[in-house]
Ligand binder design. Structure first.
Ligand code: CP
Length: 311
C-alpha cells in the first residue's frame, strides 16, 4: 500500500476533500478490490482498531458495507442503532457518543438525520469520524463509490465526461456529494427532474439543469438515477407516482429508442416502477450491483487511510 496520506483526519463531506484525496482513495480502493476478490478476503491492517457504527437513521447498504469493510480489515466492530438504544429515553447525541468512546473506540461511522451532526461530533470527541449520510447534506462515501464505479465502467478518468443526475435532487445528500465529487474530477454535470425537485440557483454550483429526460439521456455517458424520497417530502411535489414515472421515469422502451447506450446507476434503495422500471434496473446497462461491490472497497480504503491519521 502507498505511503501517501489524506489531507484530513475525518471524512465529513466531499467538500472537505481535495482532488488528491479523492484519487488516493480510488487508488487504495483499487488495491482492496483485488483483496476482496481473493478466496481469503481478510487483511490485518486495522487489527488493533475499534470502530463504532452509529446509525441514527435506517440503512441497509451503507451499514452492511461499512461493517464488512471493517471486518475485512480485521477491526473490532460495535454496532449501534438509535431505534433500540437509550436515545429513545432522551439521551443526547454527545452523551451517547461519549459513553461509547469511553469504551475505547478509535473511529466512528455515523448516519444521522441532522445535517452537520458528524461535523459537530468531530469538534468534540477524540476519534476519526466518517459521515455515512447526514440529513439532506452529504453522503461522501456514496459519492466516492459512485465516481469510482463510473471510472471503472468507462475505463477512463472522468474529466470531460457527461454525467446526468436524475430525480429528487432537492432532498438528496447523494446528489450534493456527487456534484462536489464529479466537479472536483472535471466531469460535466446536468441535473434533470421536475422543477419542484430541483433547488433554485443550483446552477451556481457549476451544473446545468434540464427538465427533458429524453434530451438529457441523449446527452449523457452515464445516468445516475436517484430515489424519490417520499419520507422527506412534507408537501406534494408532483401529482402522483404514476405521473412521475410517465414523465420523469426511465424505462426500457425509452432507453432502447436512444442512439447510444447509456450506463445506468442508482445508489439504492430503488422505488421500482417510479424513477426506474425493473427492466432497466436489472438490465445489462445497469451497474447498480457493481456500485454496491465497489462500496466495500471504497470504505476499506477510507478506513485504512484514516487509521494512519488517528486522533
Ligand atoms: N445508498 C444508501 O445509502 O443506501 P442505504 O440507505 O440502504 O444505506
Amino acid at each position: 500500500m502507498s505511503e501517501r496520506q489524506l489531507s484530513t483526519k475525518h471524512v465529513l463531506g466531499i467538500k472537505y476533500l481535495n482532488e488528491n484525496d479523492i484519487n488516493l482513495i480510488f487508488d487504495t480502493a483499487f488495491e482492496f478490490k483485488e483483496v476482496i476478490n481473493r478466496p481469503i478476503k481478510k487483511v490485518p491492517s486495522l487489527r488493533d482498531i475499534t470502530v463504532a457504527n452509529l446509525f441514527f437513521e435506517n440503512s441497509t447498504r451503507t451499514r452492511i458495507s461499512f461493517e464488512l469493510a471493517e471486518k475485512r480489515l480485521s477491526a473490532d466492530v460495535v454496532n449501534f442503532s438509535a431505534s433500540s438504544s437509550s436515545v429513545k429515553k432522551g439521551e443526547t447525541l454527545l452523551d451517547t457518543v461519549n459513553n461509547i468512546l469511553s469504551m475505547k473506540v478509535d473511529m466512528v461511522v455515523m448516519r444521522h438525520p441532522a445535517p452537520g451532526a458528524p461535523l459537530y461530533l468531530s469538534k468534540r470527541i477524540p476519534a476519526n469520524i466518517i459521515n455515512a449520510g447526514d440529513g439532506t447534506h452529504e453522503h461522501p462515501t456514496q459519492a466516492l463509490l459512485d465516481a469510482f464505479s463510473m471510472k471503472m465502467a468507462l475505463n477512463d478518468d472522468l474529466r470531460g465526461k457527461k454525467i446526468a443526475i436524475f430525480g429528487d435532487i432537492l432532498h438528496s445528500r447523494v446528489a450534493m456529494s456527487n456534484i462536489f465529487c464529479l466537479k472536483k474530477l472535471g466531469a460535466e454535470i446536468t441535473l434533470c427532474g421536475p422543477p419542484t425537485l430541483i433547488p433554485k440557483h443550483i446552477q451556481q454550483l457549476g451544473v446545468d439543469v434540464s427538465y427533458d429526460v429524453r434530451k438529457t439521456l441523449e446527452w449523457c455517458d452515464i445516468a445516475n438515477v436517484l430515489r424519490i424520497q417520499l419520507e422527506r417530502q412534507d408537501i406534494k411535489y408532483f401529482p402522483s407516482l404514476r405521473e412521475y414515472h410517465n414523465t420523469f421515469g426511465i424505462h426500457k422502451q425509452l432507453l432502447d429508442s436512444l442512439d447510444s447506450e447509456v450506463i445506468i446507476m442508482h445508489p439504492g434503495p430503488i422505488n421500482r416502477g417510479v424513477e426506474l422500471s425493473s427492466d432497466v434496473a436489472d438490465s445489462d446497462q445497469s451497474i447498480i450491483l457493481e456500485q454496491v461491490e465497489n462500496g466495500v472497497a471504497i470504505r476499506m480504503a477510507i478506513l485504512y487511510l484514516l487509521a494512519s491519521k488517528r486522533v
